[in-house]
Design a protein around this ligand. Structure first.
Ligand code: SF4
Length: 300
């Protein structure tokens, strides 16, 4: 019964968002990204948002950020870091933040984690980074592949895998997707194309036609039945790199600052080559593309 009323509230929230976006042409916020900390136990070469000490929030700040976000209209929440499973404040841990957010009225809650700690965040979708095949992931992420799978096996919530695609792992992308799907531990596979400064992207990421080829490969994998999270509309938009950005309905809160879309919003050189697939997905849903709307409704 509780599950049904939750599903109904979720549908109502999306219907009201659609009304604002399509009929009233109002850019109401919907997805709130909370950077809860920046402490991380790993040292991935492409990550610029770890261990700077600038983004640690205490529980009081977390609670007020969540309730202010809810008041502005947000109903979907992504908690990220650093590594959010490391977050503590007084006696509180991440599981308390998830139930606090649910109590405030957030309907879709996800936690982005490196998966190297027990996945203790009941009621949230867990998005766990798996950066390629076992070998590629272990080279990039300190030999943590098996430890992560062990934690995913014990998780009590829905788990998605997320691959950050770079030169370091794109060659074996098909093998990685087959291996991840073969574990039967993940309900879907999402991805980002390495998004960073142009210098970092030209050295380690994919540019121009390389991106197009990798997107085509992902689309083929989806066609073969692998659970790639990518709507037809987002695939086309990413391929043509013509989706509208920054996405006004996304806000990110980090270190006491609120950013529209993400921290790189004022940097067109990064934004123009944005490879965050979920942003492209949301942009397409907000333009009313049916495949992207369906994808959004399925995600929770
Ligand atoms: S790089 Fe630009 S488009 Fe991509 S998430 Fe950040 S602000 Fe949005």
């Amino acid at each position: 019964m509780a599950g049904r009323s939750q599903a109904l509230r979720r549908l109502q929230a999306y219907a009201s968002l659609a009304l604002d976006a399509f009929l009233l042409r109002r850019d109401r916020p919907y997805l709130f990204i909370l950077v809860i900390n920046d402490a991380c136990n790993l040292d991935c070469f492409y990550c610029a948002s770890k261990n700077t000490g600038r983004y640690e929030l205490d529980y009081a700040s977390v609670r007020s950020a969540l309730s202010e976000a809810h008041d502005r209209g947000h109903r979907a929440l992504v908690i990220t870091g650093g590594e959010p499973m490391l977050w503590r404040s007084g006696g509180a841990a991440l599981a308390d933040v998830v139930s606090q957010a649910r109590g405030i009225g957030f309907l879709d809650i996800a936690v982005f984690t490196n998966g190297t700690f027990p996945l203790d965040a009941d009621g949230a979708t867990l998005i766990v980074t798996i950066d390629g095949t076992r070998d590629a992931h272990n080279a990039l992420r300190a030999g943590t592949y098996d430890l992560i799978l062990d934690h995913v096996r014990r998780a009590r919530s829905k788990v998605l895998a997320s691959i950050t695609i770079s030169k370091a792992n794109e060659r074996e992308l098909e093998d990685a997707v087959r291996a991840i799907a073969g574990t039967r531990l993940f309900e879907g596979i999402t991805f980002n194309l390495l998004t960073q400064s142009p210098d970092m992207v030209s050295r380690h990421g994919l540019c121009g036609q390389e991106r197009v080829r990798v997107l085509d490969r992902l689309w083929r994998l989806k066609g073969q039945g692998y659970p790639i999270i990518l709507s037809r509309a987002a695939y086309r938009a990413l391929r043509a790199n013509d989706w509208r950005r920054p996405v006004k309905q996304i806000e990110l809160f980090a270190g006491g600052h609120l950013f529209q879309c993400c921290r790189d919003v004022g940097r067109p050189e990064i934004c123009l080559e944005c490879g965050y697939s979920s942003c492209a997905e949301i942009s397409q849903a907000l333009e009313g593309r049916p495949s992207a709307v369906l994808q959004l409704l399925r995600a929770k």
